[in-house]
Design a protein around this ligand. Structure first.
Ligand SMILES: Nc1ncnc2c1ncn2[C@@H]1O[C@H](COP(=O)(O)OP(=O)(O)OP(=O)(O)O)[C@@H](O)[C@H]1O
Ligand SMILES: [Mg+2]
Length: 474
């Protein structure tokens, strides 16, 4: 982005509240006390918005010159100024989201090349090309250079034809519910959840993702605007309120074949009150059991159910934990996050004790693992806290960590690492991100599969069974 565009962008946001130290001059310049004027160029500004290249990080980096006297620079604030701040922030967010996700436009998943498909399914590329040549496998799309590209649906079809679907055995194995939880905000719960759900879908499992956070980050990542494109009926709220008998009506398919979603929006906050009221009003109702019953009503269609939880010890979070077979707790390697993790376990332990007493039994989670998230291996502080976390929680800490590069710098484009086809930045950044994800998600996949008696052997040793061409390849 040109400097002029950046500055125009900055003006766009500052000009809405001209403070005592900022004045817009007739010459089209915005003057800050003691600073050089910024050029205002409305055409650039419009172009920037229209092209959807609004980059919030860049606009934030353009904060006023920090050396200006703070006593003059930072304005006083009354309630109405604060309300105005909220409006300004809301405005920026709405524009960023519009640029990335125009209402009504649907996200589409990219296609995957032969190498990716072969790796995902665990067969050689030759097996696939021969299958395609013999019309035994979906044809895919031939693009420039005679390369083959496949949709996720075609990948699943290839798995099906090769007898390599990794589905659980309906008679022997249960659908495994994994909750991603930590009462601390911003530790990487949503990021972990979405990449995990998408990993399972990529590998051919049937996945349901449940967004239980009224802030709806997960829902937004699936390309839905929570305020305008998610109806209350598409969230868990009606079920938690006791208005629907199953969770089925809340489920919607996504542009990821094999991955369904129960979305969230702000109305989901209402679940807190409903659950508390129902506990008082309905004699046999236990507020923490509701979601588990809801999941049981739909789980026969899925292999894995991934729940993203809000950063709070709420009734809704307690429901997610009660419904969970396994819990993954992301913890960034920072002092405050380490302290919060220990508080989280203390509170979770207390809640579980009370629930166990109530239920007259002892719930055993199939797994409860910590995931070191947002990790920079070259950062000395991160290394130190990483070592503490491992020393304190030992086997409970996942072997793999989630490095910082997992979140790619993509400006306002709302995409996960799996969705990025051609990355604008350094190609190695994307490969590193995918390596981290492969490590962490592969480890959680093994934890899930360990709960399935029929799948004692890991997925990678499975051999193609049905296709003649597959047998020809060792
Ligand atoms: N591995 C990572 N490395 C660097 N940044 C990350 C990583 N994972 C997440 N982030 C960033 O940290 C921020 C919070 O991530 P995320 O939304 O996943 O956390 P969260 O725990 O779900 O937050 P909340 O508690 O608000 O729901 C986001 O800006 C995200 O891009
Ligand atoms: Mg979140």
């Amino acid at each position: 982005m040109s400097m002029e565009k950046k500055l125009a962008l900055r003006f766009e946001y500052t000009s809405r509240s001209t403070t005592s130290t900022q004045t817009q001059q007739k010459d089209g310049h915005l003057h800050n006390a003691g600073q050089a004027p910024y050029t205002v160029n409305s055409t650039n500004r419009v172009d920037l918005m229209a092209s959807g290249r609004l980059n919030l990080n860049e606009s934030m980096a353009l904060a006023p010159n920090p050396v200006a006297d703070p006593g003059v620079r930072v304005p006083k604030a009354r309630a109405r100024d604060i309300v105005h701040l909220a409006e300004q922030a809301g405005d920026i967010l709405a524009r960023a989201r519009e640029a990335a996700l125009a209402p009504g436009t649907k996200k589409v998943l990219r296609k995957f090349n032969l190498k990716e498909v072969a790796e995902l399914i665990g067969v050689s590329a030759k097996t696939i090309t021969r299958g395609v040549q013999r019309n035994e496998l979906p044809a895919g799309e031939r693009v420039r250079g005679n390369r083959l590209l496949f949709t996720l649906e075609e990948i699943h079809e290839i798995q099906e034809r090769l007898g390599l679907r990794p589905w659980r055995d309906a008679a022997m194995d249960k659908a495994v519910v994994v909750a991603i939880a930590n009462f601390k905000g911003g530790v990487g719960k949503t990021s972990t959840a979405i990449h995990l759900g998408q990993y399972f879908a990529l590998h051919g499992y049937r996945v349901l993702m449940i967004d239980l956070d009224a802030q709806a980050s997960l829902t937004t990542l699936f390309g839905l605007l929570p305020d305008s494109e998610v109806a209350t009926e598409q969230t868990a709220l009606p079920f938690l309120e006791g208005e629907t008998a199953t969770l089925a009506a809340a489920i919607q398919p996504t542009y990821w074949h094999g991955l369904d979603l129960i979305a969230a929006n702000l109305a989901l906050y209402g679940a807190e009150f409903s659950l508390a009221n129902r506990q008082k009003a309905e004699p046999n109702f236990r507020f923490y059991q509701a979601l588990k019953a809801g999941i049981a009503s739909v789980s026969d269609r899925y292999d894995v159910i991934v729940i993203d939880t809000p950063p709070a010890l709420s009734y809704v979070t307690t429901n997610a934990l009660y419904a969970a077979d396994g819990i993954i707790v992301p913890v960034p390697p920072a002092m405050m996050d380490f302290a919060s993790a220990s508080l989280f376990f203390s509170l979770l332990g207390d809640i579980q004790k009370v629930i166990d007493e109530n239920e007259g039994g002892e719930k055993v989670f199939d797994f409860l693992g910590l995931l070191i998230s947002k990790y920079e291996p070259g950062n000395f502080v991160h290394q130190t806290i990483h070592d503490w976390v491992r020393a304190a929680f030992q086997q409970r800490v996942l072997f793999h960590t989630m490095g910082t590069s997992t979140v790619l710098r993509m400006g306002p484009e709302i995409q996960t690492a799996y969705e990025v086809g051609a990355y604008q930045g350094d190609r190695r950044t994307l490969s590193r991100a995918l390596e981290y994800l492969e490590g962490v998600n592969g480890e959680i996949e093994r934890l899930v599969r360990a709960q399935w008696p029929s799948k004692a052997a890991p997925r990678s040793v499975a051999k193609p069974e049905r296709l003649a061409t597959a047998e020809a390849v060792s």
